[in-house]
Design a protein around this ligand. Structure first.
Ligand code: ACO
Length: 371
């Protein structure tokens, strides 16, 4: 019987989507460093879904399809407007409206490969529109329609703010999307695969994955990191704050990883971006505090920052509301979830492990009046 808590070290499937070997992350065999430095997020979507980089005409077609499908049904906008937007967390909202999308897709339960590929495009295209519409509606503003002349990264920032974003912001945001796109059998991807391995539909798989990503031990950590930085306030408070947290055996959000023990290869890119962007915004303290926390946590606990740690100060520097950090992660990771869902359908078997039973035996039913 399996006794590994949290399935640590358990190999649960084969996959050719992404790999983590000796702390090197690859998407379809391409080193993440290479992609982060060179690729557009649209190219990465194509790569994850097709196993190779697109030719120019293939990329053009994908960009066009994403753009054409970026609008969300009016009924969903109405649902957002009538929901308690001022109190609901955007991840709960995203989980709900992604599920709602299926209600307006007549192919929702068509399990053919062609229909699944069309639904993949629709989901990837509409998720940023849902997040930005939600964000604007709760601020009492009108949602902004997607602009077909903008890239995926630029369009998100545009729909969020209503202003055409500058090149530095677009490049930084594109890189963040590339870095978060896939990550082998992480908790949310595993969730997606378990869900669709019952031959449930792609909307169910993505909805389930969003639920798993929401938690602070997974994608929710990036928002928690920003809360920690704000709580600390200034660089001179870092040492006492972190020492106290460690003494109290509290977890420092954005540190540690189940798979990487020599460091998360995505973190260095985000660290560099955080350094550059905080100089531009004139709020260098977020980077300085983060770097100081890293130094302390690494020296004291031997723990290294994961993808969520420096992404917090990166997104903050891009002017993004802190509770949208995890939805942004979901926007990017949808590309990876879809790649894994399509792979699961291709060679499916129900995922149904066993539990090692540690409960009572030989219990006998006692009538309620005698208990
Ligand atoms: N701060 C302080 N101590 C930590 C941290 C941390 N961030 N992470 C791990 N540890 C300690 C644990 O307390 C534990 O110590 P112990 O053996 O003395 O009890 C030991 O390191 C092992 O930690 P586990 O929690 O058992 O490691 P696991 O592999 O189960 O968890 C996880 C990995 C969830 C990422 C963990 O490191 C953590 O909670 N980090 C903070 C949350 C976070 O940043 N999550 C995002 C991860 S990346 C992503 O999902 C996108």
């Amino acid at each position: 019987m399996l006794k590994t808590k949290g399935l640590e070290g358990v190999v649960a499937t084969t996959s050719s989507v992404s790999s983590i070997i000796d702390s090197v992350l690859t998407y379809q065999g391409f080193n993440i460093d290479d992609l982060a430095n060179n690729a557009s997020f649209e190219e990465v979507i194509y790569l994850l879904w097709n196993g190779r980089l697109p030719k120019q005409d293939e990329l053009n077609l994908l960009v066009e399809e994403l753009s054409e499908n970026a609008f969300i049904p009016e009924a969903i906008l109405d649902q957002i407007k009538t929901s308690p937007v001022e109190i609901v967390h955007p991840m709960a909202a995203l989980r709900s409206w992604v599920s709602s999308l299926a209600l307006y897709d007549e192919e929702a339960d068509d399990m053919s490969e062609e229909a699944n590929r069309r639904k993949a495009i629709r989901l990837q295209a509409k998720i940023p529109t849902i997040v930005t519409a939600f964000s604007r509606i709760r601020e009492g503003k009108d949602p902004i329609a997607p602009n077909k002349d903008l890239s995926y990264a630029a369009n998100f920032l545009y729909m969020l703010t209503g202003k055409k974003p500058d090149e530095i912001s677009v490049n930084a945001f594109n890189k963040a999307l590339v870095l978060h796109a896939d990550h082998e059998l992480n908790a949310s991807t595993f969730t997606a695969r378990v869900c669709v391995a019952t031959l449930s539909d792609i909307y169910s798989g993505i909805t389930a994955a969003i639920g798993a990503l929401k938690g602070p031990l997974h994608g929710g950590a990036n928002e928690a990191v920003m809360a920690t930085l704000i709580d600390i306030g200034e660089v001179e408070n870092v040492e006492s704050y972190i020492r106290k947290s460690l003494d109290n055996k509290e977890k420092i959000m954005g540190f540690g990883h189940r798979v990487y023990k020599d460091g998360d290869p995505r973190a260095k890119h985000l660290k560099e971006m955080s350094n550059q962007l905080t100089v531009i915004t004139g709020e260098k303290k977020w980077y300085d505090m983060s770097a100081k926390i890293e130094e302390l946590v690494t020296n004291e606990k031997g723990l290294l920052p994961n993808v969520d740690f420096y992404s917090a100060s990166v997104y903050h520097s891009l002017g993004i509301k802190h509770d949208l950090f995890t939805p942004i992660f979901a926007i990017s990771r949808t590309s990876g979830w879809i790649a894994h869902i399509l792979e699961q359908y291709e060679n499916n078997r129900l995922i149904r492990p066993r539990a090692d039973y540690i409960g009572a035996f030989n219990q006998k039913y006692i009538a309620i009046h005698s208990r």
